[in-house]
Write a protein that binds this ligand. Structure first.
Ligand SMILES: [Zn+2]
Length: 97
């Protein structure tokens, strides 16, 4: 069982949260300009990282806020939780991913 740090409520049990998948996926600015392959890539293709990656979580049984978490996909260690609107850190580097 994970203990996840909600930026608003503090550390809570994993059962209070709902996962939202990979973070940092930008919606295309002009989706009507994309062909089917590019649209499918945006909708379905994810990195499946082995190592540190960023993901979205929702505190669905608490404050209902969305936020980001940096979690290691092998060890499940969490090194940071952050509010999405306040995150200004750079994207993870290749050796961190
Ligand atoms: Zn919360």
């Amino acid at each position: 069982m994970l203990l996840i740090e909600c930026p608003w409520c503090g550390q809570r049990d994993e059962s209070e949260f709902s996962p939202g998948g990979e973070a940092d996926i930008a919606r295309p600015l002009q989706p009507d300009q994309l062909d089917d392959a590019a649209w499918a890539d945006y909708l379905f293709m994810r990195k499946n990282t082995k190592g540190w990656h960023r993901e979205l979580w929702n505190h669905s049984q608490g404050c209902r806020q969305w936020f980001g978490v940096e979690r290691h996909t092998v060890t499940y260690a969490i090194r940071r939780s952050y509010q999405l609107q306040e995150d200004t850190s750079p994207t993870l580097t290749e050796d961190e991913a």
